[in-house]
Write a protein that binds this ligand. Structure first.
Ligand SMILES: Cc1cn([C@H]2C[C@H](O)[C@@H](COP(=O)(O)OP(=O)(O)OP(=O)(O)O)O2)c(=O)[nH]c1=O
Length: 674
């Protein structure tokens, strides 16, 4: 079989299926037990999701496979790739899985610490994982180059090997500003047997590029599946995350089984599932969309009934339509879980956004920051609103985790004090108001934007946008200040991660083109005191930057110069910066701008971009992809993938393009002029 023919079927962008789909399809076709386990995992996770719903869960992994596996069961999490280098001394571990567990643990702890220290955002749970392949007592990780991939794959040819994934679940707690962690870890082993691989097949596979970011140099979920004769164990474990074992661990952690309630459901090809009844909502977690009050017990005699009801408040209720597996007429367990929680959550999304917008606009978070705890009636009187409406808004905000509600009244959550109060240093208030006043009207015309493929400024605001910034953002003082405040909020939130993503210490002068209020520039001079930074932006912007400047800064001040980077000459510098600029424009305009920058750069000069970087297949980072829709409704630009940026940059003589996914809202790209 020729690889290329198959590649066409599976390659992204040609209607290929996701890893999750392909993985699931394989499971179903070849391994009924694994298929069942897949379903079990999905079901088992749902009630646990209620537990995790109110928690900040972080996946400390850059692996798109892991993200997809966890996404596919509806877990909500942030992705913050770990910076931990996988360099532990292998020989110091008694077994390979201990090595994988320790690496997973270190990956997760690194992220927990970094988030705690750098972002003041202590997560509740950080998940780390590490996948290794072992053959003939050797541990194989990701190949460093094609030769290395060749060595690995020829070692695996014709043999059975083991794939171990170590997983660490780190629970975090911030006490007196110190991070406390509690680690739960486990591993899963899957045996995989490779067919005999001919040299030709082997090299063709290596040249497909697939082996490079995968342990053992193969991806079982894609082309690499053709090399495999059999799999014993959890398929998803090979793909990078043992979902089933993970779910069981969560159940163990959150629903420790009271011994007397354990029922075993047995079936020939199906494992006992003592976890199910413990997944009922005895603890009554209000954050779960699948929330039903009262203890719900599994009554096997009734699981055949077709019309099980889930009603709140009653005990001894069977809910086969909600979470539990039921046996069909043939005695085979089926997943009856048709509850569309993910879809319902999306459906609700706009209501939650609007509640946040309105509470921000009415300055609820400012009021509660100043006053501490208030009853709804006091809030209503102060913000000049009805008591019944205010109470519902406050209750919704409390349920969304923005406020806390006690008998004494409502108060801000910690994150509301940090991010929602308009006067706090890291406030997102500006961006929230911009989202309500500007993006919301634009998004109501998303359908037209999709049909026409163009921005919707005219429909939303009755203004033609021949010159995007002049016409849309700088037409009135009020809109301009709102827009600048919005950009400032995001720049402040991301500046530290962008400024520290690369070592820029060799540069003496920098020019931030379109640098707006100078938030990134001010961060750069803090980090590099010898760097002189100039912000170059339109005169309308520069005229308004003064009240965004830091009050106490012990470094040389940032300089501001006005001009239009498309038309005017910009200041000389050995480092140019474009933060959230390229995404506003078409490729044509980007070429124009990059060619101007390239002409201004001497060899060795640097160019730092900060943008949302899409994954190459444009399917994994939903926040980034939604941001691309955001660009569609309001600009002629779009978000781009790493390779798209790379080819734009290389076209203008910039080389050594490096990309860092910061885990924050903006990523960082750095390259130098050759
Ligand atoms: C064996 C095998 C591995 N893999 C992948 C899973 C992991 O992503 C990768 C193993 O490398 P890891 O170091 O475990 O993970 P990673 O570097 O991709 O991500 P991070 O360290 O940020 O968590 O190999 C497959 O996708 N398919 C396979 O068949």
């Amino acid at each position: 079989m020729r690889m290329r023919a198959v590649w066409r079927l599976w390659s992204p962008g040609r209607g290929s299926r996701s890893v999750g789909d392909s993985a699931r399809r394989r499971i179903n076709a070849s391994c009924p037990r694994a298929a069942y386990l897949g379903l079990l995992a999905g079901m088992a996770l749902k009630p646990v999701l209620g537990k995790l719903g109110s928690k900040r869960v972080v996946l400390a992994s850059a692996s798109p496979r892991r993200q997809e596996i966890l996404c596919s069961v509806g877990l909500r999490f942030e992705v913050v790739p770990s910076w931990f280098k996988e360099t532990l001394e292998k020989s110091s571990f008694a077994t390979p899985y201990k090595y994988a567990i320790e690496t997973a643990k270190q990956k997760a702890l690194e992220v927990a610490n970094r988030m705690h220290v750098k972002h003041l955002r202590t997560p509740d749970i950080v998940i780390g994982a590490d996948t290794i392949v072992t053959v003939d007592e050797h541990i194989l990780e990701k190949p460093i180059d094609k030769q290395d991939a060749y060595r690995m794959l020829s070692r695996l040819s014709g043999k059975e090997h083991s794939v171990f994934t170590g997983v660490a679940i780190v629970h975090c707690n911030s006490k007196d500003n110190r991070l406390e962690t509690e680690v739960t870890d486990f591993y899963e082993e899957t045996k995989v047997k490779f067919a005999d691989l001919s040299e030709e097949l082997l090299w063709e596979y290596i040249h497909s590029g697939e082996p490079m970011d995968k342990a053992g140099g193969y991806g079982i979920q894609a082309l690499g599946g053709m090399l495999v004769e059999y799999v014993h164990g959890d398929f998803l474990n090979v793909v990078g995350f043992p979902l089933n074992h993970f779910c069981k661990k969560l159940v163990e952690l959150y629903y420790p089984p009271p011994k007397h309630t354990i029922h075993h459901i047995k079936h020939d090809s199906i494992p006992s599932v003592e976890t199910f009844e413990n997944l009922s909502d005895e603890e009554n977690d209000s954050s779960s969309p699948l929330q039903y009050k009262g203890a719900i017990k599994l009554d096997r005699s009734k699981t055949h009934s077709s019309g099980g009801v889930c009603s709140p408040g009653s005990s001894n209720i069977i809910k086969p339509n909600c979470m539990m597996p039921v046996e069909n007429q043939n005695g085979v367990m089926e997943n009856p879980d048709k509850f569309p929680s993910k879809i319902l959550e999306l459906l609700d999304g706009f209501r939650a956004s609007k509640a946040l917008f309105v509470a921000s606009k009415l300055k609820v978070f400012d009021l509660l920051k100043n006053k501490g705890v208030l009853q709804a009636v006091d809030v209503a009187n102060t913000i000049n609103s009805s008591v019944c409406g205010t109470e519902r808004l406050l209750d919704a905000c409390a349920a969304l985790g923005l406020l806390e509600k006690t008998l004494q009244g409502y108060s801000n959550s910690d994150s509301a004090n940090i991010y929602l109060a308009s006067d706090s240093e890291d406030s997102l208030h500006g961006y929230i108001i911009h989202s309500d006043d500007h993006l919301w009207p634009l998004f109501t015309h998303l359908e037209s934007a999709v049909k026409e493929g163009t921005m919707q400024n005219y429909r939303a605001f009755g203004k033609k946008s021949e010159n995007l910034f002049q016409d849309s953002y700088y037409q009135s003082m009020e809109v301009k200040q709102r827009f600048m405040a919005a950009m400032h909020s995001i720049a402040k939130l991301t500046a530290k991660d962008v400024a520290t993503a690369f070592d820029l210490s060799q540069f003496r002068s920098a020019c931030d083109l379109g640098g707006c209020t100078g938030a990134l520039a001010n961060e750069l001079v803090q980090k590099y005191p010898n760097l002189k930074v100039t912000v170059f932006d339109l005169p309308e912007v520069i005229a308004n930057v003064s009240h965004f400047q830091p009050v106490r800064q012990h470094t040389a001040p940032v300089t501001f110069t006005s001009g239009d980077f498309f038309k005017d000459n910009f200041p000389e510098a050995d480092l140019y910066i474009l933060s959230r600029i390229l995404h506003d424009w078409t490729d044509e305009k980007i070429h124009m701008l990059l060619s101007k920058i390239s002409a201004a750069c001497k060899p060795g000069c640097g160019l730092l971009l900060s943008e949302v970087v899409l994954d190459d297949e444009k399917k994994n980072r939903s926040t980034a992809l939604l941001q691309s829709l955001n660009m569609l409704v309001q600009t002629e630009g779009k978000e781009r993938s790493g390779s798209e940026y790379q080819s734009l940059l290389e076209h203008h003589g910039f080389t050594n393009v490096k990309i860092i996914l910061t885990g924050n809202l903006l990523d960082a790209i750095f390259c130098t002029k050759c």
